[in-house]
Design a protein around this ligand. Structure first.
Ligand code: MSP
Length: 652
């Protein structure tokens, strides 16, 4: 620890599943953690802020398979690829000190040692995992994973089955964990304690299955091939392996463990407040000082999720409104411990009211007046007015400590409310003192200078206390006040700026947003990008009904399909048309399909066209397809029917 520091401080965010791109809900927790980390640094702590990604597990394995890439390629793309996790944190100005990926070699090796240690001390033992088995899918399911009692993958029947697995003796720690939750402030907000105790501990904590054999994308149990470590053991220990626990990569365990606080979302409180302390107890390790389960950012009253398609893209918001405005909005609008309903209207309104009107105006007006009436610097001859100044000065002087008390409780919203109360008071102080009137006479000038000085000093303190929330804005404010001090010690004192403070003019910090225009623009941006499609023009020429009815459209099944030698266009189809005799059709679609893709498919053919010869082969009919042009490129899709439709069925 450095000599000047107040101490070490270790704070973490959950490590994210890179199974899809992150949304604004993910950014919420990381912005809050970043704000807390910056606050602690401002106070003078030596901070370690850890974040990262939790990259193992069946879900990732499945998604990679779907995408046709290896699991490692899949996660690499989401973590380090364009607009991936690392890019997002850079954009959001997240000042993490360390980033862990659970696929990092040092972490994998450490998890193997940790698993073995708990096996050796008897807290991990081999048993049988009883569940439901789907034979065709070769998958184990728990009762709760079934859909209507059937396999969630194929919808087929499942049977009772047993699988060899390792278990952690969670039940052994039930009493100690309950005591920890009920009799200490380990878990906050306190409202989450009873949920844990009543829903999970009191009904009886069962031992936890901590290995899997049904997939391979995980940390292998090195003493029992075929088993991989349960993803939550792998994930939870990141908080310690990232400091050097059971590895030589880092050496910060002594300085930073136990963690001061783990910030996490409410749905993973169970893992952090029951399983995590129990495993640490098993290894006789110190417990983190606090776990804080924050609420969710909701959209239309429900959770954001990729599968619901209602996620909000933080890139769009940050690019549109600015990173600081977005960071501010997240912590100003919702109490951290409770859920909050996200909406674009609320975001725009918060920016307009707090940032454009209150803060932005205060800075613009004050700096503009200082420059207009006195030029670059304020004169040192200034006249105080005890009666008129006392309230503002006392509010500003007391602000840092009140704010600190709220921030120590992670009550970001309250901390900001205090700052904005002072900002409002300062705007009122301008009106009360009417600088434009004072400016009219020479005698008014000393008083005018004092009024402006008091305002600039108020802006300095408020700007300083906003640093953890809006780092770039605070830096800009310091610049406008001639490079003002905003260190922690200076924020508790009124009168730190030199009397002849030099100001620097600049554009509005937060221009006012036109609500309607912006909502429409956002709606447009959030629409899924439609490819530019050109459709063949419609024909005006009419076909009489009887002529049309003469066309004999039939369902045909592809028995065989092959490329035609020396033609890069033609595919030759052998089709079952229901007559018992194979039908041959040649079609110029080789550039759109590989022959093997089509075998077994049920297509539509018009069968009563006169036979035609192509490349010396006879074609008896034509297959129907849909054609259009996309970005200048011709696209074609054969019309395919449900396989239940028999060959020869007439289409009418
Ligand atoms: N990988 C686990 C955490 C392991 S920690 C040892 C995980 N990852 S996650 O990507 O699914 O979620 C990461 C965090 O984002 C969680 O804390 C979760 O609560 C949070 N959020 C995801 N959606 C959210 C909202 N809509 N609102 C607020 N936070 C939410 O869980």
């Amino acid at each position: 620890m450095c000599e000047k520091c107040r101490g070490n401080y270790y704070i973490t965010t959950p490590i994210y599943y890179p199974s899809a791109k992150l949304h604004i809900g993910h950014a919420y927790c990381t912005v809050a953690t970043d704000t807390m980390a910056r606050f602690k640094r401002l106070q003078g702590y030596n901070v370690m802020f850890l974040t990262g990604t939790d990259e193992h597990g069946q879900k990732i394995e499945d998604k990679a398979k779907e995408a046709g890439v290896t699991p490692q390629q899949f996660v690499d793309n989401i973590v380090t690829g364009p607009k991936g996790v690392l890019d997002l944190w850079k954009l959001m100005n997240i000042s993490y000190d360390r980033f862990i990926r659970t696929t990092d070699d040092y972490h994998v090796a450490a998890i193997q040692k940790i698993f073995k240690k708990m096996y050796d001390n008897g807290d991990i033992y081999k048993g049988t995992y009883k569940g439901k088995y789907c034979k065709p899918c070769e998958s184990f399911w728990t009762e709760s994973q079934l859909v209507d009692g059937k396999c969630p993958d194929c919808g087929g029947p499942v049977q009772d089955a047993e699988e060899e697995a390792y278990f952690f003796r969670l039940s052994k720690y039930a009493g100690r964990v309950q005591d920890l939750l009920e009799n200490t402030d380990f878990l906050e907000p306190r409202s989450r304690v009873s949920e844990m105790v009543n829903n999970f501990i009191k009904p009886g904590l069962e031992d936890l299955c901590v290995s899997r054999t049904s997939f391979t994308w995980g940390v292998p149990v090195d003493f029992d091939p075929g088993h991989v470590v349960y993803v939550w053991i792998d994930a939870l220990f990141n908080y310690m392996t990232a400091l050097g626990f059971e590895n030589d990569k880092y050496d910060d365990l002594e300085a930073f463990w136990p963690a001061d606080v783990h910030f996490i979302g409410k749905e993973i409180v169970r893992f952090h407040s029951i399983i995590w302390p129990a495993m640490l107890m098993s290894l006789n390790l110190p417990l983190p000082k606090k776990v804080y389960g924050h609420g969710w950012l909701l959209l239309d009253g429900g959770k954001m999720s990729k599968s619901k398609g209602n996620v909000v893209d933080p890139y769009i918001l940050a690019e549109h409104f600015g990173v600081d405005a977005l960071r501010f909005f997240l912590l100003r609008s919702f109490p951290f411990g409770s859920d909050g309903n996200f909406s674009n209207e609320l975001l725009i309104n918060t920016i307009n009211v707090d940032l454009a009107n209150d803060l932005g105006n205060l800075v613009s007006r004050t700096v503009a007046m200082a420059q207009k009436y006195f030029g670059e610097k304020l004169p040192t001859e200034q006249l105080a007015d005890e009666e008129k100044d006392a309230e503002l000065i006392s509010m500003v002087s007391g602000l840092r400590d009140q704010y600190e008390a709220e921030m120590e409780k992670y009550a970001f919203q309250n901390g900001l409310a205090l700052v904005f109360k002072v900002i409002s008071r300062a705007n009122k102080y301008i009106d009360e003192n009417a600088p434009w009137v004072l400016a009219k006479t020479e005698e008014g000038k000393p008083r005018l200078a004092k009024v402006l000085y008091n305002l600039l000093e108020t802006i300095r303190v408020c700007g300083g206390l906003l640093t953890p929330f809006m780092p770039a804005t605070s830096e800009e404010i310091a610049k406008r006040l001639g490079g003002a001090r905003m260190d922690w010690d200076s924020l508790n004192t009124f009168g730190v700026l030199p009397a002849d403070v030099a100001t620097v003019a600049g554009p509005a910090l937060f221009p006012r947003i036109d609500m309607e225009k912006e909502l429409a623009a956002l709606e447009e941006l959030n629409k899924p990008a439609k490819p530019a499609i050109e459709i063949e023009p419609y024909s005006d020429e009419k076909v009489d009904f009887d002529t049309f009815c003469k066309s004999d459209f039939r369902a045909v099944k592809v028995k065989a399909c092959q490329n035609v030698k020396k033609s890069d266009k033609l595919l030759q189809f052998t089709l079952d048309d229901g007559t018992g005799t194979d039908r041959q059709i040649l079609s110029g679609i080789a550039k759109f399909y590989k022959p093997e893709e089509l075998v077994g498919k049920t297509l539509v053919a018009i069968t009563n066209l006169p036979p035609r010869k192509m490349m010396g082969r006879e074609s008896n009919g034509m297959l129907l397809s849909a054609v259009h042009t996309e970005k200048g490129e011709e696209k074609l899709n054969l019309v395919m029917l449900d396989d239940a439709i028999p060959a020869g069925a007439k289409l009418c």
